[in-house]
Design a protein around this ligand. Structure first.
Ligand SMILES: Nc1nc2c(ncn2[C@@H]2O[C@H](COP(=O)(O)OP(=O)(O)O)[C@@H](O)[C@H]2O)c(=O)[nH]1
Ligand SMILES: [Mg+2]
Length: 451
C-alpha cells in the first residue's frame, strides 16, 4: 500500500522536479521559439513575402519578374539551396551568411533516405575539402554593381559550386527596385519544401510560419495530389492567417489551351482548396488562386537581348494566343498582360507594400497576445502542480521522508524552484512588453518620417 502511494508521489515529484527545473523549463521549445521569433520580429521589423513550393516550380523565375531583372538563378539543373532574401536598398550588395558548426551537424544528421543524389553531388564537387573554410565563417558583405548581382549570387547559391552547401542565407540589396516596394518588404526565395536534407526543408517551414505573406508556386501542368499536399502543408503552417496564403499556378503558358484550361483548373482547385485546413471561403480562394507565366513575361521584358531560341518560345506563345506573329514586337504589351505578372505586382503593392506597417503592427500584437496566453497557461499549469505538490508533501511528510531523502528533494528546493519560475515568467513578460513598446514606437516613427 505504502509503496503504491509513495510511487505515485515519487512519480509526481519526478514530474514536478522536471517542471520546475529551470533548464527543463528552457526545454519547452514552443515558448522559447516563439519568444525568439517575436524578439527577432521586434528588433528587425521586416514584412516577409516567402515564395515556396517544390523544386523547379518557378519560384525564382517569378521573383525575377517581380524584381524587374533576372537576379535569382533559374538554370535547369541548379536549384536554390540557400534561402535568399531580396530587398530594396540604396546600394547593390550581396551578403552571405554561413552555417555554424552546430547548425551544420544538425543539417548533416538530417539527411533522409532520399539524400543519395545530394551525397553524390556533394562528393563530386569535393565539397568536403572546402568545408572547414566555410563552416562558421563570418558573414561576407560585398557591394557589387547591379549588373553583377546575378553572377555574385550564383557563386553562393548555385549547385554548380561547392560553396553553396555551406551557405545558410543570402541577402541581396537592389538599388533599382520600384519605389512602391519599401525597403522593409522582403522577397524570400526558399529552398524546396521536399528537400532530401530535412534541415533545409525545416528552414523553409519555419519561414512559412514567420512570413507575412506566402506565395506557393505549383506547376499548372501538374497540379495533382502531390501539389495539393504541398499546399496543405503550407496551410498547416499558416493556420492562424490563411489569407496570407496565395497559390500561384506557374507555367500557365504551357497548358494546351491556357485560357480555357485554366478556367477548368481554377474551378477544380477551388473545389479542393476551400474548407477545413484550406481557405475559409470560396471568395478567398477565388482571390488568392492566381495563374502566372513569369518566364514569358521575362522574355517580353528582355525582348531586345533574348536569344533566337527564346524568340521562338515567344513566337510559339503568341501563335497559341492567336496574335500576329509577323510583328512580334507589337505583341509584347498584349503578351505581357496575358502573363498576369502585372496583376501580381499590383496585388503585392496594394495588399501588402502600402499597408505593411499596419500589417506588421497587427502581426506583432497577435504574436504578443499568443505568447502572453501561452505563458499564462504555462504559469497556471505549473502553479497548480506546485500547489498540489506542496500540499501533498506537507500532509504526508512523514511517509515521504524516506523517499524524499533518497531523491534528495527538499520542500525548500521546490519552493525555490517555484520562486525562480515565477521570476522567469515575470521577466519574460516584462521584456516582451518592453519590446512591443519599442517596436510600436519604432513603427510610429517610420510612419512619421514617411519611410
Ligand atoms: N514556360 C514557362 N517556364 C517557366 C515558368 N516559370 C518557370 N519556368 C521555367 O521552369 C524552370 C524552373 O524555374 P525556376 O524558377 O528555376 O524554379 P524554382 O526551382 O522553383 O526556383 C526554368 O527553366 C524556368 O525557365 C513559366 O511560367 N512558364
Ligand atoms: Mg529557384
Amino acid at each position: 500500500m505504502f509503496n503504491d502511494i509513495s510511487d505515485v508521489y515519487l512519480r509526481k515529484i519526478e514530474r514536478y522536479q522536471a517542471l520546475i527545473n529551470l533548464p527543463e523549463v528552457n526545454a519547452d521549445n514552443t515558448i522559447f521559439d516563439k519568444i525568439k521569433d517575436f524578439i527577432d520580429l521586434c528588433t528587425n521589423p521586416e514584412f516577409q513575402i516567402a515564395f515556396v513550393g517544390t523544386i523547379k516550380t518557378g519560384k525564382s523565375t517569378l521573383i525575377n519578374s517581380l524584381l524587374g531583372h533576372n537576379y535569382a538563378s533559374m538554370a535547369v539543373t541548379p536549384e536554390t539551396a540557400a534561402l535568399t532574401k531580396f530587398r530594396s536598398s540604396s546600394k547593390d550588395y550581396v551578403k552571405v551568411n554561413f552555417y555554424s558548426k552546430d547548425e551544420w551537424r544538425l543539417l548533416w544528421d538530417s539527411r533522409t533516405s532520399g539524400a543519395d543524389a545530394f551525397m553524390r553531388e556533394y562528393n563530386a564537387l569535393k565539397a568536403e575539402t572546402i568545408k572547414d573554410k566555410w563552416i562558421g565563417h563570418p558573414p561576407i558583405y560585398k557591394e557589387v554593381t547591379n549588373n553583377n548581382i546575378d553572377k555574385e549570387l550564383s557563386i553562393w547559391s548555385s549547385s554548380k559550386y561547392p560553396e553553396h552547401y555551406f551557405v545558410k542565407e543570402i541577402e541581396v540589396g537592389i538599388s533599382t527596385m520600384p519605389d512602391s516596394i519599401p525597403k522593409q518588404v522582403v522577397f524570400v526565395d526558399t529552398p524546396g519544401l521536399s528537400d532530401p536534407v530535412a534541415y533545409r526543408s525545416e528552414i523553409t517551414k519555419q519561414y512559412i510560419r514567420k512570413a507575412n505573406a506566402v506565395f506557393v508556386c505549383v506547376d499548372s501542368q501538374k497540379v495533382q495530389k502531390e501539389e495539393i499536399e504541398t499546399i496543405s502543408s503550407v496551410f498547416s503552417f499558416s493556420s492562424y492567417n490563411k489569407e496570407k496564403v496565395h497559390i500561384i499556378a506557374t507555367h500557365w503558358d504551357k497548358l494546351n489551351n491556357p485560357e480555357a484550361d485554366w478556367l477548368e483548373q481554377k474551378k477544380w482547385l477551388k473545389s479542393r482548396l476551400v474548407g477545413k485546413g484550406f481557405f475559409d471561403t470560396s471568395e478567398m480562394a477565388e482571390e488568392n488562386i492566381i495563374h502566372s507565366a513569369a518566364h514569358i513575361y521575362n522574355l517580353c521584358r528582355d525582348f531586345e537581348t533574348i536569344t533566337q531560341d527564346e524568340n521562338i518560345t515567344l513566337m510559339q506563345f503568341a501563335l497559341g494566343m492567336k496574335m500576329d506573329i509577323n510583328n512580334l514586337k507589337c505583341c509584347i504589351p498584349e503578351m505581357k498582360k496575358k502573363t498576369n505578372i502585372k496583376y501580381i505586382q499590383t496585388l503585392i503593392v496594394e495588399k501588402f507594400a502600402k499597408k505593411y506597417e499596419k500589417l506588421l503592427a497587427t502581426d506583432i500584437e497577435m504574436k504578443y497576445k499568443d505568447i502572453n496566453y501561452i505563458i499564462n497557461r504555462f504559469a497556471k499549469e505549473r502553479q497548480h502542480d506546485l500547489n498540489e505538490m506542496i500540499t501533498m508533501s506537507k500532509l504526508n511528510i512523514k511517509e515521504m521522508e524516506a523517499k524524499v531523502k533518497k531523491q534528495q528533494i527538499k520542500h525548500d528546493d521546490i519552493m525555490i524552484g517555484a520562486q525562480q519560475l515565477t521570476a522567469l515568467i515575470t521577466e519574460v513578460e516584462k521584456s516582451t512588453q518592453k519590446r512591443l513598446d519599442e517596436v510600436l514606437s519604432k513603427l510610429k516613427s517610420y510612419r512619421q518620417s514617411g519611410i
